[in-house]
Write a protein that binds this ligand. Sequence first.
Ligand SMILES: Cc1ncc(COP(=O)(O)O)c(C=O)c1O
Length: 474
Amino acid sequence: MTGDAPPPASRPVPPPASRPVPPPAPPLASGPHGADALRPLLGTVLDALADGGRARGGPLPAGGPEAVAARIADVLGDALPDDGDPGALRALVHALAEGSTDPADPLCAAHLHCPPLAVATAADLAASALNPSLDSWDQAPAASALEAAVTRALAHTAGLADALVTTGGTESNQLALLLARETHGAGVRMVCGAQAHHSLPRAAWLLGLPEPVVVPTPSGVLDPAALDEALTALSGPLLVAATAGSTDAGLIDPLPEIAGLCAAHGARLHIDAAYGGGLLFSDRHRDKLAGLEAAHTVTLDLHKLGWQPVAAGLLAVARPAELAALQQRADYLNADDDTEAGFPDLLGRSLRTSRRPDILKIAVTLKTLGRGGLGDLVDQVCARAREFAALIDEHPGFELYDRPVISTVLFRPAGADDDAVAAVRRRLLHEGRAVVGRARLDGRLWLKATLLNPHTRPDALAQLLKLVEEGTPA
Ligand SMILES: Cc1ncc(COP(=O)(O)O)c(C=O)c1O
């Protein structure tokens, strides 16, 4: 200190400037006024959904990617304007609805992209409003209890002990491989069919596992003899990844035989039932999944054959003790003394931290429809697929790949080459008339219809066929 420095002069405080009063903070979705704030906004959303859907007038917007991007750019304008626009909700929901592919349109039948049930979507609104986050009990007291009960019930339906909620088949497959690695060591090698979903080899790459052994599947499913040969030739810890409901054709690997081979060779078994898992609800089709209960882990995904909005994945596990590999301590979320005092430790139920209560819409759906109601939906889409296949089979202008096992039908215009098959699909997309998928099997390109809409009537399927016939280049 310099000793003789003058004391700091006290500066006069200027009178408050006439600053504009900030506008009131926008209303919140929960709390005492949440429902009142949401009600008129929901009216806006529902009107915009209806108007936007009418403006589209078909299963997808016409004009292709450039036209859709231009319309969105036009409505959006400046994405982060200096001043807000209270009309944004109506304008953007309308634009989204007008520019969406609508899985509830019977002419939208390409992917495992289901039309969500209204009741599930309504439940999802409650999840968004309350915003429970499943990384600690104090953020999700009821949601965590609901999740524990419903995941166990679903796992038991599949013949396993417990299940984790995931964002879908991809995360479930990754978790399955992670549990295999943590249980059997980083040398565990995956053996899968060539038709296995791409997320499986990708998970092996992500987790630093050895290069997977891919068994050719010329018939579309894992052949037990070929699998036996592969397992016999390999040494070290092995993980067989079978598929119940292949992405391209909806085919189910021979699960009991594969389970027997895994037992004989001491290999671990994962079954990717992201698509086929929904058959568990159906008395008529459940038997197709015999052998599922022999797996160490099973991927389920109710945003496919379960009519949920994305995301609604699960990984069922036979040995819950293996989940210890996911244990994690973070004092702010699961302090030891809190856990000892009886607060559930949720961090070990996922690799994510903040996590939506996707279980709510699933629980509401299971309770509202019951197994019987869900089974009826499964039966209906499988029946529609059989009818569609019969229609194609009878039609001289089309070739059918095979009778459907679940609800996927592969077909192609007779005599068309692969370029013509690809072209008709793109043409229908560009014109906004139909959404069909594509799959390469038997070395040829096929059109793919994945029927997940229980409201689809046979005349819509006949119309789909007519559109393909008319749109195929000569
Ligand atoms: C058999 C199979 N497994 C996994 C997945 C991945 O599921 P998700 O898209 O929910 O991650 C799919 C997606 O279609 C699938 O068909």
